[in-house]
Write a protein that binds this ligand. Structure first.
Ligand code: KIV
Length: 289
């Protein structure tokens, strides 16, 4: 765990809930983005398994491996952000046993995570308890859990009936009791998330769960407009980086093709007498050959 920087710690996160200060989390998967997130005052960085779709070209989060998650986490950690780093446990690395879960969490902490996140409740509550007992802080994740989207009938909002809302609350309470320090509520009706946020003593971080959560998280590529296609209704774009990137690349290509770039200010220079000596060498070689 990164301790030498003046970083956000778990007591800060708990204090933000007590003080009613909103907690801001973004996903980040690489070194420069982690530096920018930290400089922008983001409280928590999630090295999400959404790297699968957003960085690695997979169709979902399911194929992401622990090697990939650890590599991305270590790149983020090397930026030494002030933000608390939460490493997301990939599908298949914690479901089978508490022992696997602890081993996976240890791997992410060794890669530089301050805490880990895992999806689900039910049998996963015991995984959370085991990891917390091993001394590693855990963030829970309920509501829509993309790793089990097939079981949930797709990437759909959860908790939209009284019974389903009770189920989300039950899961969240179990995770809190197991020692989770915060819980992501994904794609849950705003009114339900507000109730859950008031009932829990630990912070809720919403994504598609309305303003009553104690904090909000968005995926980097969604909020910065790197993803331009269809997006869930909760996504708001705060920048248009895809358009700006295309513009910059097209300008570079045009300038290379027209000879405008590189210009004189981009060149390294050689002193006139050194150049004349070099050119005399070339001329001598040409005459001798
Ligand atoms: O991996 C991820 O991006 C997440 C967020 C949706 C919370 O788990």
């Amino acid at each position: 765990m990164s301790e030498s920087r003046e970083s956000i710690g778990l007591p800060d996160v708990a204090a933000m809930k007590r003080a009613g200060t909103k907690i801001v989390m973004v996903t980040t998967y690489d070194h420069p983005s982690a530096r920018l997130a930290s400089e922008a005052g983001i409280d928590l960085i999630l090295v999400g398994d959404s790297a699968g779709n957003n960085m690695l070209g997979y169709d979902s989060t399911v194929p992401v491996t622990m090697d990939e998650a650890a590599m991305l986490t270590s790149a983020v950690a090397r930026a030494r952000p002030r933000s608390l780093i939460v490493g997301d446990m990939p599908f298949g690395t914690f479901q089978a046993s508490d022992r696997d879960a602890v081993a996976g969490a240890v791997r992410l902490v060794k890669a530089g995570a301050d805490a880990v996140k895992l999806e689900g409740a039910g049998p996963m509550v015991s995984r959370v308890r085991a990891i917390v007992d091993a001394g590693i802080p855990v963030m829970g994740h309920v509501g829509l859990t993309p790793q089990s989207a097939t079981k949930l009938g797709g990437m759909k909002a959860q908790g939209q009936t009284a019974a389903a809302a009770r189920h989300v609350l039950h899961d969240a309470r179990e995770l809190e009791a197991a020692g989770a320090f915060a819980i992501v509520l994904e794609s849950v009706p705003a009114r339900v998330a507000t109730h859950i946020s008031k009932i829990l003593t630990i912070p809720t971080i919403g994504i598609g769960a309305g303003p009553g959560c104690d904090g909000q998280v968005l995926v980097w590529h969604d909020l910065l407009g790197i993803n331009e296609g269809a997006a869930p209704r909760f996504v708001k774009r705060y920048a248009e980086l895809a358009a700006e990137t295309r513009r910059g690349l097209a300008e570079f290509a045009a300038e290379v093709r027209s000879g405008t770039y590189p210009a004189s200010e981009h060149e390294y220079k050689i002193a006139g007498d050194e150049l004349r000596a070099f050119e005399a060498d070339l001329e001598r070689t040409r005459r001798e050959s």
